[in-house]
Design a protein around this ligand. Structure first.
Ligand code: API
Length: 280
């Protein structure tokens, strides 16, 4: 039997397994089965903790429920950091991903008396090859028109994001538009798709259709991409509250280039599963 911990950041939820004591060779098909909300445990991303090299406290591997591996997961970064802080008693830890090292710190005096964790998600990647896009173009204005939405901006936070800016989020069927954009020909590695309504230079409402996962209650790297793309378009400052369906993250795109995100984390439950009971 394999123990797991179920955590979430604003309802963006994760199954977390610990492969630091010994390798846990779970095939993508088995990860997908475990991530299924009816036949498995269910989650937005499946997170595997691995022993890092020097300079980090943990390596965090990220899989989507379709079995694909992702390069960033902001809310899981915050959850894993909180787990490590509880293990070590430290207020600051470093989470390593395939994208790089993400320093995290606990904010004990967060709003509403909850423990908040702030993650430094690193700098956004703004070049067309870095997103990546299918051809050379201005990443601030993609020639993509889906009728109800068009002209998104794109960037990478270690994973690809495209952001549509809309006058009224409630007026569009973003759950129908999301998969069309996710699989658009301009996005050779697909992308996480944000639908953002800028309410003020420091307040953005966004809904995210996640690559390989679909609609989620929150998306940390998506919130980072939303702020970056809004600021690049002159629609927002460098600090903003980003309001997602599951709650609000406090975001900052620092002059040094790094994007920071802060918000609450929670553990829902712990359990165990028999991997042989799942196809894979
Ligand atoms: N929920 C995650 C994003 C997962 C990204 C994944 N869907 C991808 O394929 O890039 C977050 O909080 O950043």
């Amino acid at each position: 039997m394999i123990p797991f911990r179920k955590m979430h950041g604003l309802g963006n939820d994760f199954v977390i397994v610990d492969a630091r004591p010994a390798p846990l060779p779970l095939a993508p098909t088995r990860i997908a089965a475990l991530s299924d909300r009816h036949y498995g445990i269910g989650c937005d991303q499946f997170i595997t903790l691995e022993t890092p090299g020097p300079g980090a406290d943990v390596f965090m591997r990220i899989h989507n429920p379709d079995g694909s591996e992702a390069g960033a997961c902001g809310n899981a970064t915050r959850c894993v950091a909180h787990l490590l802080m509880a293990e070590t008693g430290r207020e600051r830890v470093v989470v390593r991903t395939i994208r790089g090292d993400l320093p995290c710190e606990r904010l004990p005096d967060g709003p509403h008396g909850t423990d908040w964790v702030r993650a430094d998600m690193g700098p956004p990647l703004l070049g067309w090859r870095e997103v990546p896009l299918a051809a050379e173009m201005d990443t601030l204005h993609l020639p993509m028109d889906l009728g109800a939405v068009a002209d998104p901006a794109a960037c990478s936070m270690g994973n690809p994001h495209a952001t549509f800016f809309v006058p009224e989020l409630d007026a569009i069927d973003w759950r129908a538009l999301g998969p069309v954009a996710e699989h658009h020909a301009l996005l050779p590695e697909r992308a996480n798709i944000g639908f953002a309504q800028v309410l003020a230079p420091d307040h953005i409402r966004v809904a995210i259709w996640e690559r390989g996962a679909g609609p989620t209650l929150a998306c940390g790297s998506g919130a980072c991409a939303t702020l970056v793309n809004a600021h690049r378009r002159g629609l927002a400052g460098r600090r903003a509250r980003v309001e997602l369906p599951g709650g609000t993250l406090e975001m900052e795109w620092r002059l040094g280039g790094h994007v920071l995100m802060a918000g609450p984390v929670a553990t829902a439950f712990e359990g165990r599963f028999d991997p042989q009971a799942f196809p894979g």
